[in-house]
Design a protein around this ligand. Structure first.
Ligand code: ADP
Length: 190
């Protein structure tokens, strides 16, 4: 296994990076938050983003929820990134994993695709994702890594404008699982 906890590949003009770390430290245009449908904040990466970014992010989340009621799973909204380096935080609620046959795959794919589409609309060049749904929401990391990487790779093969997509994976197991999935995908292509 790779013990540098870093892997970079190029797909067309886009860099795809896997890195172990804390997403709040990333210097990117967009930090994606694995949110909940009420944009209420919480534990995990959501809590870390609000803590590091400060109260401006939550103020904007509240304004959005007052307008729209709730944000459906798989959709995305942008807010300020507050004190974070990024220009925006994108909030996307991932699916809560039940049995794998309850539409989870499409919804998880949608989190990644909707985020990438919004990034293009905003003119963002760099975006960082956490491993959506694989914490409290219980999605098995191996299955989630296949959906995450497949969605992102297909998107960057057919859309231009995003220079860098990073997956920031918080723990060794998650990093190693994503790395294995990516390595298997690359093998299949040769
Ligand atoms: P979900 O509710 O979508 O499952 P969680 O935040 O519980 O979201 O977990 C999603 C992933 O984010 C997990 O792999 C968790 O370890 C990871 N995570 C937690 N804190 C951070 C952080 N600061 N940076 C990047 N990933 C994080």
């Amino acid at each position: 296994m790779n013990n540098n906890y870093f892997k970079e590949i190029h797909i067309k003009n886009t860099k795809l990076i896997l890195k172990k770390g804390d997403i709040t430290k990333e210097k990117v245009d967009v930090i994606v938050n694995a949110a909940n449908t009420g944009l209420r904040g919480g534990g995990g990466v959501d809590g870390a983003i609000h803590r590091a970014g400060g109260p401006k992010i939550m103020e904007e989340c509240r304004r959005i929820i007052t307008k729209i009621g709730h944000l459906p799973t798989g959709k995305v909204v942008a807010t300020t990134a507050g004190n974070l380096y990024a220009k925006w935080v994108f909030h996307t609620p991932g699916p809560i994993y039940k049995d794998g046959n309850s539409g989870e795959e499409k919804l998880l794919e949608s989190c990644y695709l909707e985020s990438l589409k919004l990034a293009l609309e905003k003119g963002a060049k760099t975006i960082a994702f956490p491993s959506i749904s694989t914490g409290v929401y219980g999605y098995p990391v191996k299955d989630a890594s296949k959906i995450a990487l497949k969605s992102v790779i297909n998107f960057i093969k057919t859309n231009h404008g995003i220079k860098e997509v990073r997956f920031i994976l918080f723990d060794e197991y998650t990093f190693n699982t994503y790395l294995k999935t990516l390595t298997d995908f690359l093998k299949d292509q040769t």
